[in-house]
Design a binder for this molecule. Structure first.
Ligand SMILES: C[C@](O)(CO)[C@H](O)COP(=O)(O)OP(=O)(O)OC[C@H]1O[C@@H](n2ccc(N)nc2=O)[C@H](O)[C@@H]1O
Ligand SMILES: Nc1ncnc2c1ncn2[C@@H]1O[C@H](COP(=O)(O)OP(=O)(O)OP(=O)(O)O)[C@@H](O)[C@H]1O
Length: 316
């Protein structure tokens, strides 16, 4: 018997896209007893993406492609695999999944690439398995996986409090254009927070959201110049002492007319705010010409959070 095209049932497959982030402001308080730091942060999701494909499998399998993919663990420690397993356990699902990650977000770069993969795995497996869990259930699972994972789910622009996992949406008008100086060498988030503790000593104070009033007004007005002036990162001095060469992309961005430049999250990626899409390309070219980045990216923000791109209909 020969099979016609119609006889072939395509494998179930769900495709999901999740954004990276930049912290427009990151204010850090003294280390809590549980080891985490209280934050007041303003996240913006940017158009640098992780693309994840989920297909049914008897076990939990992971493959990775894209820039720096050799730096990503493919065993059970991968945040995407941990997310899929946690969802299966929570929903009582007795199936595995093959996750393929195509990485667009720099690895260990302070732009929440692993968190985006975890959020993508939650959304993809939820669609594949029709778990029936609510959005709040997914957000709870997300927070258990990592402080940045809830924001990867929700996207757009939001204030993060608690350890960064409690989100309040922020009204932002217009689009902002970014250039990113990416490094091959990563920085460990835990090490940057530990250096923050050393530098702050007894002077660390609980973060005050009022300190970001000018930033909030800039977002509301869609005023890129005011936003550039308001960018702030309490972890930047710590990242700079661990990786002093990061002063160079910050200086290059300023010389090339960036409206503001800041280390993204725990670094080492440097984010430079541009006047326009064209100016973002100029800033990226300046990073390359000065030899201060291993790779450059341009992006706009804010963009949507983790979403199904295709495949939800035939899944389940
Ligand atoms: C630097 C940021 O990216 C800013 O958004 C985040 O705070 C980091 O979020 P993340 O990578 O999802 O971090 P997690 O996986 O939750 O924690 C990794 C490590 O970072 C430190 N950590 C993280 C978040 C937080 N509020 N305080 C901390 O001290 C802790 O040492 C923790 O063991
Ligand atoms: N899916 C994943 N993608 C990348 N790294 C992962 C993943 N899962 C686990 N890891 C491990 O986590 C480390 C941090 O990776 P990630 O790219 O999430 O850092 P980051 O963007 O600096 O995180 P954040 O901005 O949330 O602090 C990597 O060095 C790697 O060993």
């Amino acid at each position: 018997m020969t099979l016609t095209r119609l006889d072939v049932v395509p494998d179930r497959e769900v495709r999901v896209r999740a954004p990276g982030k930049v912290n427009l402001s990151l204010r850090v308080g003294p280390r809590r007893r549980d080891g985490y730091h209280p934050l007041s942060t303003v996240f913006q999701a940017v158009s640098v993406h992780e693309d994840v494909v989920a297909t049914p499998s008897t076990d939990f399998r992971l493959t990775v492609s894209g820039p720096q993919s050799e730096l990503v663990p493919t065993d059970g420690t991968n945040l995407a695999v941990r997310a899929a397993r946690a969802l299966a356990a929570r929903a009582g699902i007795d199936e595995g999944v093959h996750l393929h990650l195509h990485k667009g977000v720099p690895v260990a770069g302070g732009m929440a690439g692993g968190s985006a993969d975890a959020a993508a795995a939650l959304v993809a497996c939820d669609a594949l398995w029709h778990t029936g869990l609510s959005r709040d259930d997914l957000l709870e699972l997300a927070a258990d996986l990592g402080s940045d994972v809830p924001f990867s789910l929700t996207g757009h622009t939001a204030v993060g409090s608690g350890r960064g996992d409690l989100l309040t949406p922020v009204l932002a008008r217009g689009e902002f254009h970014w250039a990113f100086a990416v490094q091959d060498r990563g920085l460990s988030t835990a090490a940057v927070y530990a250096r923050f503790d050393e530098l702050a000593g007894d002077d660390a104070r609980d973060p005050d959201p009022q300190d970001d009033l000018a930033l909030m007004q800039a977002l509301l007005a869609g005023d890129a110049t005011a936003l550039g002036a308001a960018l702030h990162n309490d972890l930047q001095p710590a990242a700079l002492t661990l990786d002093p060469a990061l002063a160079e992309p910050l200086e290059v961005a300023e010389d090339a007319g960036a409206l503001g430049a800041v280390v993204s999250g725990s670094g080492p990626t440097v984010a430079a705010l541009a006047r326009s899409r064209q100016h973002a390309l100029v800033l990226a070219a300046a990073f390359t010409a000065a030899g201060v980045a291993d790779a450059v990216l341009t992006a706009v923000g804010p963009v949507a959070g983790t979403r199904v791109v295709s495949g939800a209909d035939q899944a389940g």
